[in-house]
Design a protein around this ligand. Sequence first.
Ligand SMILES: Cc1ncc(COP(=O)(O)O)c(C=O)c1O
Length: 417
Amino acid sequence: MAELALLGGEREVKEKDDISWPMYDAAERDALIEVLESRAWYNSSKCQEFEETFAAFQDAKYGIACTGGTVALEMICRGAGIGVGDEVITSAYTFIGTCSGILKAGATVVFCDIDPDTNNLDVAEVESLITDRTKGIMPVHFGGLACDLQRLLDIAERHNLVVLEDAAHGWGSTYRDRGLGSWGLASGFSFQQSKNMTGGDGGIALTNDEAVADAIGCATNVGRSRYGRTEESRQWGGNHRMTEFVAAVLLCQLKRIPEHTEIREQNGAMLTRTLSEVEGIEPIHRLEDATRVNWHVYGARYLSEAFEGVSRDAFVRAMRAEGVPVSTGYEVPVYKHPVFQEDWKARDYTPFAWTDAAQDYRSLHLPKVEQYCQERLSISQRALLASETRMRDMSRAFVKVRENADKLRDWERSNHR
Ligand SMILES: Cc1ncc(COP(=O)(O)O)c(C=O)c1O
């Protein structure tokens, strides 16, 4: 049996990682120069072209570009008329930006536990969280994997709620062959640097509803009409506009998404096939309706007891020594962040200052997500762009470390306990 690289053996992954991120080429360079020389640096043709192109790419009617994903989520809450006194149900396994978007609109975040098989919110629990203040459900398609949208839309219809998709990871992913972000009343995407397509930062809100598009555009453009430039503000609103430089870069980045998604799909499928055979590793479950997945982050669960009691940290160390860039993902559910755990009522200024129904999150305990954070393994989109050979070796490394679980257990006992 091959010796673990951690114990001095040869690495399973031999091919070099030659992917630099973010990717760019002459197209981005030329597009940036074009904007520079045009002197039209804001609120002009590149943003409009990007809004139309990206919305069509995701099968939505309208796009409103903005400065980031967090802002896009705030803007869609505002566009949907959600504000102070309202509650929005969302997943407890997400980035803080999901919560900030809801809170910045003035509403209260209500966390839903997750389905550990899919890493997305557990639809079966949503209805039990609905109160007479609930106005919306914000599912997060975490890692680019679609939530069970039809069931959520049915719940929303029964209770007269809106679905606002956190599609921050949704570029190119589909549900029932239609783009993520085109299903709810509105959605928000992120183009921050780690994302499958990036402008360094940046975001976009999508909707199929013209009135909602106008309301989002107004909230994004200091309370003016969507592309207005004059003194016509009809409500208070920040300046959250995307610049022409970012839009120009994103138009180039979008062109790579179809091919890259195809590669990540194939590599993700290879991983799933291999991991299904590895005792103690549960690859993420993809709903049949998740017809295309961009694998922004591929997830799996590590079950220590089925692995001779080897801790997840030791497993990750062994995998990294084999050349697999696996990590643990979020170590805690988002409601465990200090900002949710402090005694916010005792402070002069808090992110909840303008919500009148803020919750005390310190007593919140959602067992499935808390367990999941202890078990999660993540592999990022960049790693999933690997060549077939590199990906095969990465998959094999899981098998190799599994076969050596007893040796890893002994190593851990003698070194780290
Ligand atoms: C699930 C999720 N929602 C929202 C956001 C916020 O996006 P941004 O960082 O562009 O503000 C992110 C960013 O990583 C995210 O991962």
